[in-house]
Design a protein around this ligand. Structure first.
Ligand code: SF4
Ligand code: F3S
Length: 106
């Protein structure tokens, strides 16, 4: 499966959701996740993300391993998102910020 990682938090550009052939993105308040039971590993979403937040499960950056389980858990909690939505007004200001995990809203 592919996994949405920390750079998505507070950026939430949603460019990724429109290209997914199986609609496996689920949207929360300031982050998106991929349902690992639906993702078919096509990778077409990867280049769509302006902040490179989407990675394969065997390529998760060091220190972000928890995002694998987090995607699985929140995919069951949040609704499917299929259409692009406006990102937060300050999304660009958060694009280069590290250590955003504590800012994730469930
Ligand atoms: Fe959807 Fe393919 Fe991305 Fe998986 S890898 S989330 S199936 S676009
Ligand atoms: Fe997040 Fe990137 Fe999609 S910021 S919403 S994973 S385009």
């Amino acid at each position: 499966t592919y996994v949405v990682t920390e750079p998505c938090i507070r950026c939430r550009y949603t460019d990724c959701v429109e290209v997914c052939p199986v609609d496996c993105f689920h949207g929360g308040p300031n982050f998106l996740v991929i349902d690992p039971e639906e993702c078919i590993d096509c990778a077409v979403c990867v280049p769509e993300c302006p902040v490179d937040a989407i990675v394969p499960d065997d390529g998760i950056p060091e220190g972000q391993e928890e995002f694998l389980a987090l995607n699985a858990r929140l995919a069951r909690q949040w609704p499917v998102i299929k259409a692009r939505e406006a990102p937060p007004e300050d999304a660009d200001e958060w694009a280069e910020v590290d250590g955003k995990k504590a800012l994730l809203k469930e």
